[in-house]
Design a binder for this molecule. Structure first.
Ligand code: F0G
Length: 385
C-alpha cells in the first residue's frame, strides 16, 4: 500500500478523518531521530541523552509537509480548487510543492514584504504558486489571507486549519518509534505560530488515552527574543489555559500594547518572526497538558546553536537552532536535568536560509597562497589561519 511509504499516513489509524482513496501523499514524513552527543555536551547534558528529530528530509525541506498532506487530504474531501496561506516561507514552499505535485489546487501565497529567505521564496516560485507580497509582516499577511479566503471561499492551509495539526502529530509518533516507545522526559520545539506544540501535546494526550504510552513528556517552547509573545504571556504574565477560561482580556491587552508602541517582531530566525501566534489558545492548553515551559533566546545564541548542530552533520535553519539554544538555557537554569532524556526538533533544512549561514561563517574561508618552485608547489600558507 503506497500509504505505508508516507511517514504521516502509515499512522493513519491515529488521524482517522479520511477514507484511504482520498489521502494525498507525496512521500512526506521522511525524518530521522539522531543521537547527538556533541550537541548534548554543548547544552551541558550527559552523553546519550539528547536526540535531534530532523525534519529537513521532507519533500519541501521542512516539517510543514507533515501537515500539508493532511490539509490537502481534507481539501480534496471538500472539493476545493484553490488553497492559500500566509507564510514566513516554509508553509508557502510546502503549499507550492503539494500544488505542483498533485495538481489538485491552485496555490496562492501571501508573504510579508522582505520577510522571507530566498531559499524559501525560490521554492514557491519554482513550483509555480501565485505569490503576493503585502505591505507589512507575517501577522498582517495572515490577517489578510484569512479575510480573503473567507470572502472568496479559498481553502486556508495555515495552522489555524485543524487538519494541519493532525498531520503534525505524526512527528511525535516517529520520535516515539525511534525511541522504541520510551517517552522522553522533554520535547523542545521552536515556537512561532504555535502549531507544532499544539499538535505534539494532542498526539501524546491521545496516545495516553489509547493506553499506548503511560505518561506525557514535558514540552519546552522556544521563542526568539525578538518575537517572544508566548514567552511574555506564559512566563512573565503567568497566563494559563485554566480549563478554557484563560484571561482573554490579558491577551488583548498585551496585543493592544504591541500596537500602541508599534512593536514589530524582529529576529534573524525569520521563520518564527511572529508576534501574534494564531494557535495561542491551543498552545496554552498544550502547555497545561504537558507541564510546559516557554523561553526566549537571543539571535546570537540561536546562530551559535545552529552552527553546533551543523558541525555534527545535520544542517538546520535558524528557527530550528532556537530549540537547541533554548535547551542550553533550560539546562543552565536547572529546569532540565543534565541526565534527562530530551528530543529537540529541527524543523527545517540548512539550505532554507543559506544567507544567514554564510554570513555567520564569513570569517571562515581561509585565503590560500601557494608558492611555486621549479618542481611545482613549494609551500602553501593560509593567510588568516
Ligand atoms: N520552524 C520553522 C522552520 C518554521 O518554518 C516555523 C513556522 C516554525 C519553526 C514555527 O512553528 O508555527 O508551529 O510554532 N513557519 C510558518 C511558516 C509560520 O509560514 O512557514 P509553529
Amino acid at each position: 500500500n503506497p500509504l505505508d511509504f508516507s511517514g504521516v499516513w502509515r499512522f493513519r489509524e491515529l488521524l482517522p478523518f479520511a477514507p484511504d482513496d482520498k489521502i494525498v501523499t507525496i512521500g512526506e514524513g521522511q525524518t530521522l531521530c539522531q543521537r547527538a552527543d556533541a550537541v548534548a555536551a554543548y547544552c551541558g547534558m550527559s552523553p546519550g541523552r539528547l536526540f535531534l528529530q530532523y525534519e529537513g528530509m521532507n519533500p519541501s525541506g521542512s516539517f510543514k509537509d507533515n501537515g500539508m498532506s493532511a490539509a490537502f487530504t481534507h481539501a480534496r474531501m471538500t472539493g476545493a480548487t484553490r488553497a492559500a496561506c500566509a507564510s514566513t516561507g516554509n508553509t508557502s514552499a510546502s503549499l507550492a510543492a503539494y500544488c505542483a505535485a498533485t495538481q489538485l489546487m491552485r496555490g496562492i501565497i501571501f508573504i510579508g514584504s522582505g520577510k522571507i529567505s530566498y531559499g524559501k521564496l525560490s521554492q514557491a516560485l519554482e513550483h509555480g504558486a501565485l505569490t503576493v507580497q503585502i505591505q507589512g509582516d507575517f501577522d498582517d499577511a495572515l490577517r489578510r489571507v484569512q479575510e480573503v479566503s473567507r470572502q472568496l471561499g479559498i481553502y486556508l492551509v495555515n495552522s489555524v486549519n485543524p487538519f494541519r495539526l493532525e498531520g503534525q502529530k505524526t512527528i511525535m509518533f516517529r520520535v516515539l518509534e525511534a525511541l522504541r516507545w520510551e517517552v522522553p522526559d522533554w520535547v523542545v520545539v521552536p515556537g512561532g505560530n504555535l502549531g507544532n506544540v499544539s499538535a505534539f501535546a494532542k498526539a501524546f494526550f491521545e496516545l495516553r488515552e489509547l493506553g499506548l504510552i503511560a505518561r506525557l513528556p514535558r514540552l519546552a517552547v522556544i521563542n526568539a527574543e525578538g518575537a517572544h509573545t508566548a514567552y511574555q504571556l506564559h512566563e512573565r504574565l503567568g497566563l494559563r489555559w485554566n480549563g478554557g477560561a484563560f484571561d482573554a482580556a490579558g491577551v488583548s491587552g498585551y496585543y493592544g500594547e504591541l500596537d500602541a508602541t508599534n512593536r514589530k517582531p524582529d529576529t534573524l530566525a525569520s521563520a518564527i518572526e511572529i508576534n501574534r501566534p494564531v494557535n495561542l489558545p491551543k498552545a496554552l492548553r498544550a502547555l497545561d497538558c504537558c507541564n510546559g515551559v516557554v523561553r526566549a533566546v537571543p539571535d546570537a545564541q540561536i546562530l551559535d546553536a545552529k552552527a553546533k548542530v551543523g558541525a555534527g552533520g545535520l544542517g538546520c535553519e535558524p528557527a530550528s537552532g532556537a530549540s537547541v539554544a533554548g535547551l542550553r538555557h533550560l539546562v543552565a537554569e536547572g529546569v532540565i536535568e543534565r541526565d534527562a532524556s530530551v528530543v529537540c526538533i529541527l524543523t527545517g533544512h540548512v539550505l532554507k536560509d543559506s544567507d544567514e549561514t554564510v554570513a555567520y561563517h564569513s570569517a571562515d574561508p581561509a585565503t590560500f597562497e601557494a608558492k611555486l618552485g621549479k618542481r611545482g608547489v613549494k609551500s602553501v600558507s593560509f593567510a588568516n589561519r
